[in-house]
Design a protein around this ligand. Structure first.
Ligand SMILES: *Cc1c(COP(=O)(O)O)cnc(C)c1O
Length: 462
């Protein structure tokens, strides 16, 4: 298309916020008093906040401008109509139900449709999706392809659902499946995309069995762009066309707009058919608000209406995917292994491969996350044994059941950090690599009864 090798940030900056610039000496006592848990470190002590890409986007001038003209009427707001039209045009679904974020959409849909004992297949359910399904007493079933579980596989669509397993599952369990799902991109499985061919295949199976198909569409634009650049015969289509086809293959979607909605809060359910709409709207009124605002301010709906259009800008998506690829390649070149191939929203460091001298019960991922903070002020998220490890019996290293993988996720906020930030981070990585064998594991000093990673406390093993 053009002759330049460098893919630039396709925006200029109008509002800036200073970065916290601390020294290692200042960070040491901060991390220690936070119990070596980065969730307990205040944001003001973090230089590069890669904890999550959720709700951390920088909004555009057009989004801020739209917020100023929002119509905050309780019912029938002009802002809702605008938002509804954008979602209808994007998805082709007639019924649009706003919610304050993704998990509120999940809670409403599952409460309206699921009963104990029912089963919901997907590639991988995201953790809040799984938790909300299990909360009803139903079962969340993961049917991702085998390659999706292997961090070294370079399959371009590791978010694909295993169609043979899905067909078999639908045949066997038809009467227990109220709807089937697919998460794009597959967040739990490393932010990996599903191919259009695979989504078509899943749709055909669900349709054959008369099972409604609901897409978890948090990163629909990133997934559509990865289809465009990785899948045969898709390069000449626009991302909007690809996204429209994806939505047309399903019967509805749920979305956390905090991802590809390019906003700080928001979500929605959109459906093709009226069947569930009445009960969803009744539940919405009970806990979220009137159907034309669903727990959001009208200004949030305005920002979202603009964000859902902006996210389809292919220059933006090209830059977004380039950032992740650049960081993965830079880390690999420095000697830090990552899950392959990189997706769009995050890079996942394989801490088990990087720190083989630290056993799982001493949390190699958490140890690496702590060192990234101490040496560079980076806040990352351990997705390994600190999050998912447990004890088969009494607490003690003998009974420790480690997580499947020991990953450290660097999730990139949208439109927030620049090329020089990423170069600065990569420059210092060789220091961490040089001293990696001296890095020590951690032991738990406080182990809360559930969702350990949010509040647990650790100390370094001596
Ligand atoms: C973030 C996320 C959700 C939940 O959305 P929230 O807005 O955080 O409540 C659901 N599914 C996927 C794939 C997500 O990434």
């Amino acid at each position: 298309m053009d002759k330049h090798r460098t893919i630039i940030e396709p925006f200029k900056i109008k509002v800036v916020e200073p970065l916290a610039m601390l020294t290692r000496e200042q960070r040491v006592p901060i991390l220690s008093s936070a119990g070596y848990n980065l969730f307990l470190v205040l944001a003001e002590a973090v230089t590069f906040d890669f904890l999550t890409d959720s709700g951390t986007t920088a909004m555009s001038a057009n989004q801020w401008a739209a917020m100023m003209v929002a119509d905050e009427s309780y019912a029938g707001s002009r802002s809702f109509v605008k938002f509804e039209q954008v979602v209808q045009r994007l998805t082709g679904y007639d019924f649009v139900i706003p919610t304050h974020q993704g998990r509120a959409a999940e809670r409403l849909l599952f409460e309206a449709v699921l009963k104990p004992g029912m089963k919901v297949p997907s590639n991988n359910h995201f953790d809040t999706t799984r938790a909300n399904i299990e909360h009803i007493g139903a079962e969340a079933v993961d049917l991702v392809i085998e390659e999706g579980r292997d961090p070294t596989s370079t399959h371009p669509f590791k978010g694909n659902i295993d169609l043979a397993k899905l067909e078999e599952f639908c045949q066997k369990e038809r009467s227990h499946i109220p709807f089937g799902m697919l998460t794009i991109t597959n967040n739990t499985g490393g932010g990996q995309p599903a191919s259009l061919e695979n989504i078509r295949g899943a749709s055909a199976i669900y349709r054959k069995h008369g099972i409604p198909f609901i897409i978890d569409a948090c990163r629909f634009a990133e997934n559509s762009y990865l289809i465009k650049i990785r899948e045969k015969d898709q390069a000449t289509r626009s991302v909007r066309e690809i996204a429209s086809e994806i939505f047309s293959l399903a019967d509805g979607c749920m979305m956390s707009a905090k991802k590809d909605g390019l906003v700080n809060i928001g979500g929605f359910i959109a459906l093709h058919d009226r069947t569930w709409v009445e009960s969803l709207r009744s539940l919405l009124i009970l806990t979220e608000g009137f159907p034309t605002y669903g727990g959001l301010a009208a200004r949030d709906l305005e920002a979202l209406a603009v964000g859902l259009e902006e996210v389809l800008d292919e220059r933006y998506l090209e830059y977004r995917v380039a950032v992740t690829k650049y960081m993965a390649e830079g880390l690999n070149k420095a000697g830090i292994p990552t899950v392959q191939p990189p997706g769009a929203h995050a890079v996942y460091i394989d801490a088990r491969a990087f720190l083989p001298h630290i056993p799982a019960h001493e949390f190699p991922g958490q140890a690496l996350a702590c060192e990234l903070y101490l040496s560079e002020g980076i806040r990352s998220c351990e997705i390994g044994s600190a999050m998912f490890g447990h004890y088969s019996d009494e607490k003690g290293s003998k009974n420790f059941v480690p997580a499947q993988m020991e990953l450290v996720r660097l999730a990139f906020p949208r439109r927030v950090y620049t090329q020089s930030h990423f170069d600065y981070i990569l420059e210092a990585m060789s220091e961490i690599v040089a001293k990696k064998s001296s890095l020590k594991g951690l032991r738990l000093t406080y182990d809360p009864p559930f969702l350990r990673h949010f509040t647990a406390r650790f100390e370094p093993v001596s």
